[in-house]
Design a binder for this molecule. Structure first.
Ligand code: SF4
Length: 436
């Protein structure tokens, strides 16, 4: 056997870069994964599953699957996209930037609406950033400088398991030599989460009242008068937490879907950024979204520099339009505005509302995914591909917008395509059909 070191974990936005993976001498079998958390290790081990699907499949009339060749899957996908007036090309978060770039070219050529998983997680954060900007930093700065850490509406103990040990609570950094004993951790969450259990302070905000509590923090920073209770929290606790933050040398605010997808949405983030700006009058403060899929940040980056918008990009008129609420995947599906669905690198079947999933089931559809998922179960064609970050490398952006080159550690099963190869072939076929 041999051990591959400095492997990047392609699961969550923390993109841990210190994994060690033991593979067989011929590089065809992955045997052990070290340093990863349980969910990260599983991702690597899934590539070795004995019941893994390695050839494309097409749904038959009776609902059963029939194995088809990659050529047939390419033909179906190319024709579906060319024949559609307005195809939805959704996902793009669990793949590399190279595939995202090829996908963008394809989307532009067929006049698709391109949307990524930000649409149901941090799209609201992106809208807020467009509104008022964002004072942010890198996770390296957090590790080396942050002595006040606020987690708002997120639970990294479950969603980003090594985030706290690598960057935010426990590690010793250049100016944070005492590790967690030198940091004060505040958690704001309606639930008593496992992250809240390791915090110094847990403010159990009432569900959906984050905006009020964030406003109260702005008032408390100035020492002005608050009502006795705000969003279920007694004012004394708010003044105390505000003092804790102000007295730090470097404050970092991490926020998750508890604030981005609850009442208030992008306005919650507007005011969270305003809180960060206020804190900078007393100390140094930064704010960062806890991005979920390992390269959802990358798809925003790639589309940002290609189209000018990070998600919900409508290319159906031959130029890029962006109007979340109108050009977002769920809104389009529920209003019957798209006539085919192409999914790559995500699982809307598991995460979209039933009404949207039902529309996907009714339309011509292709799912490109190494796994069998609820999405592949409602699509007409399933194209299994190599695991990015395990069987093929490529660029991914960490949650702090730092690009990292993922590594190939093991061979994909013989004859399997990568996302990028599949997209390249579909693009070539679409060009042929359209004569461009
Ligand atoms: Fe992978 Fe995230 Fe776990 Fe790190 S924290 S090992 S990136 S799943």
């Amino acid at each position: 056997t041999k051990t591959v070191t400095d492997v990047i974990c392609p699961f969550c936005g923390t993109l841990c870069d210190d994994l060690e993976v033991v593979v067989s001498d011929d590089g065809k079998q992955l045997l052990e994964v070290y340093n990863a958390c349980a969910i990260g290790a599983e991702k690597f081990l899934h590539s070795q599953a004995e019941d893994r699907i390695t050839r494309p499949r097409m749904r038959q009339e009776d609902g059963s699957w029939k194995e088809i060749t990659y050529d047939e899957a390419i033909e179906y996908t190319a024709k579906m996209l060319v024949d559609s007036k307005k195809p939805l090309m959704y996902g793009w978060s669990s793949t590399n930037c190279e595939a995202q770039a090829t996908g963008s070219e394809l989307g532009e050529l067929v006049g698709a609406v391109m949307d990524n998983t930000a649409t149901v997680c941090h799209g609201t954060s992106l809208i807020a950033v467009q509104d008022i900007g964002i004072p942010s930093c890198t996770l390296g700065e957090v590790k080396n400088r942050a002595d006040r850490v606020l987690f708002w509406g997120c639970n990294p103990a479950h969603a980003h398991p090594r985030h706290m040990s690598r960057y935010s609570i426990f590690p010793r950094g250049f100016f944070t030599g005492k590790g967690h004993t030198g940091r004060k951790v505040v958690v704001i969450d309606p639930r008593p989460t496992d992250t809240a259990r390791v915090a110094d302070v847990h403010l159990q905000v009432e569900q959906g009242r984050d905006y009020e509590l964030l406003s109260a923090f702005r008032i408390a920073f100035r020492g002005e008068k608050l009502p006795d209770v705000v969003a279920g929290i007694p004012k004394e606790q708010i003044y105390e937490a505000a003092e804790t933050l102000k007295s730090g040398r470097f404050v970092i605010i991490f926020f998750g879907m508890g604030v981005t997808q609850s009442l208030g949405k992008n306005h919650n983030i507007d005011i969270a950024i305003a809180v960060t700006r206020d804190l900078n009058e007393y100390t140094k403060a930064a704010i960062m979204p806890m991005r979920g899929h390992y390269n959802v940040t990358g798809s925003g980056q790639v589309w940002g520099w290609q189209f000018g918008f990070p998600f919900a990009v409508d290319l159906s008129r031959g130029f890029a339009r962006y109007n979340p609420g109108e050009t977002t995947a769920n809104d389009l599906l529920r209003r019957d505005e798209v006539d085919s669905v192409f999914v790559l690198g995500s699982d809307p079947g598991a995460h979209f509302p039933f009404s949207s999933v039902k529309k996907m089931y009714d339309l011509p559809s292709v799912a490109i995914d190494p796994h069998e998922t609820p999405t592949t179960e409602v699509c007409k064609v399933h194209v299994p591909v190599a695991f990015v970050g395990v069987e093929i490398g490529g660029c991914a952006y960490r949650m702090d917008n730092v690009p990292i080159e993922t590594r190939k550690v093991v061979e994909a099963p013989e004859g399997m395509m990568t996302d990028e190869e599949f997209l390249d072939r579909v693009l070539a076929r679409v060009k042929e059909i359209k004569g461009v």
